[in-house]
Every structure is written in C-alpha cells, then in structure tokens.
Write a protein that binds this ligand. Sequence first.
Ligand SMILES: C[S@@+](CC[C@H](N)C(=O)[O-])C[C@H]1O[C@@H](n2cnc3c(N)ncnc32)[C@H](O)[C@@H]1O
Length: 279
Amino acid sequence: MTNSNVSATFQDAGALYDFMGHAPLDYDLHENVSLVNLGYWNGLNSFAKGHLSLSNRALFQLVCKNAGLSKNDEIVTDIGCGFGDVAIICVKDFNCPNVIGINISQFQIDKSMEKVAQMNLQHRIAIKNMSATDLQFADNSINKMISTEAAFHFDSRVDFFREAFRTLKPGGILSLADMVYNQPRSVLEKIILPPLQDGLYIPSANIYGFDEYILKIMEAGFEILDAKNITSFVRPYFRKWAFSHPVNLVLNRKISWIFSTIGFLVYPWEYIYLVAKKP
Ligand SMILES: C[S@@+](CC[C@H](N)C(=O)[O-])C[C@H]1O[C@@H](n2cnc3c(N)ncnc32)[C@H](O)[C@@H]1O
C-alpha cells in the first residue's frame, strides 16, 4: 500500500523484492536460505565473517532474543518476513507455537510458503500478503512483534508504529533491527539520496536519525526497553563482504537499478536495534 510518491521505479517495496526475485544478495552456506539483509557480524569468527548467511542468522537470533521469545508467546508476528527464515527460527529455536509472517512481495510469500510446507510447519507458520501499515489483526491480539531490516521501507514507518501499538497486547514486545537514513549532510549526500530512495524504496517520511526514531516510537505509546546503534557491527563487515563478492551484487539486476543503488555503499546510513514494550 502506497501513501506517497516514493519511487518512480517501483510501485511499492513488494515490487522491488519481486524484481530482485530469487537472486537477492547471495546464496551462502545454507542451501535453502536466500539472503536479504546485511547481517550482524559481532563476535563471528574469521570463517563466519566470510559468509553472509552466518551473519544473517546472527541478526535473526539477535532480534528474536531481544524479543524474549518463548513457547508462552501464543502469537508472534514477523513484519516484512523476507523468505520466511525468521518465522522458521521462531518455531524451531524458540518453540513459539504460532507465527505469522507478513510481506507484500508475492514472490517472497510464495517461496516462504514452499519452504514452510517442505519443513511441514504449516500448522504453526502462516505467511500472509499484508502491509505493515495496515495490519489485519485485531486490537490487543499479538504477544510479540519482530521485524528485521524492513521498517525503513514502510510507507510510513510511523504508520507501522501506530499499527504495532494497536495490535500488540498490553505488555507485548516490539523488537526491531532497522536501517536509519539521516538527512543528507553534504552536497554529495544530497545528490546520492534521491536515486537511492527510488531504487531501494525508502519513503522521505522515514529519513531521520536514531534520536528522532526513538521519539517517534515513544510518541506511538511505547516504552523503550533497549535501543542501540550497532552500525559498527554491520556496515564495515557488510561492505567488506560486498566488495569481495561483486558478482552477487550485480547478478540478475537491471543496470539502471544498479546505478541508483550504488550510493548505498557510500551513503552514511546507520543500523540499529530497538526493543519496545506496550505498557
Ligand atoms: C531487506 S528485506 C528483509 C527481509 C527479512 N526480514 C530479513 O531480514 O531477511 C525487507 C522485507 O520487507 C518487506 N516489506 C517491505 N515493505 C513492506 C510492507 N509495507 N509491509 C510488509 N512487508 C514489507 C519486503 O518485501 C522484504 O521482505
């Protein structure tokens, strides 16, 4: 669902991921993992630092652990669920009884459902076509909500915070990992940002720093339990991995899209995690 004129190239972020198809950043060590995030590289050994999939897994674990997931969480939702890997981790590693992954990329939804069926987990994992900004869940119905590297796409992120607050139960937890795009601070950044927003579907309403991010979550009604800038555990390692795997970055891409997103490696985005509670 689009509120504003975010991208001339893509009608919404789902169209971007449909376009990326099954050649996202990489296939790595795990046969059935398609990688669509930048990873959390803290504490990984030198072997693991060569593999995006292991840092992806570490990021998933971080967000799930921050949410304090357990078998007592009757309904867990993963917002912007990629290829369904986090939903599977919630069930297999954290024993969550019911997980609903939502996404607006039909391609990723189909692949996630195939994966869930192959693992025979359909009775515990549902994958739905639904936007983060228009959650089709009842008020006060969700125990835990997680979202990994997706909220920067939502149009807008604040609308998602409002929906998260409405649908979480009192005492419910929202656990996020997200990219933060500050306002441009130099002429070069001013030039880079618009094509980057177009190519990566980043609404202008989401261009603000981490302090403002925290304020906006609090304005939605949440209490902040933990918030950390983890850029130094993501950005340098991802860049190193990216430059040593140039083919992965251009595989199956349109040239115009590559040019618009080259600024991604240059723009000083930051990476954060945040854990918030609905009082
Ligand atoms: C960078 S990928 C991250 C995927 C996954 N969470 C992960 O970490 O591997 C962003 C995801 O958010 C989804 N997404 C973007 N906008 C969305 C929206 N408004 N509602 C639901 N999902 C959305 C995309 O389709 C994609 O699956």
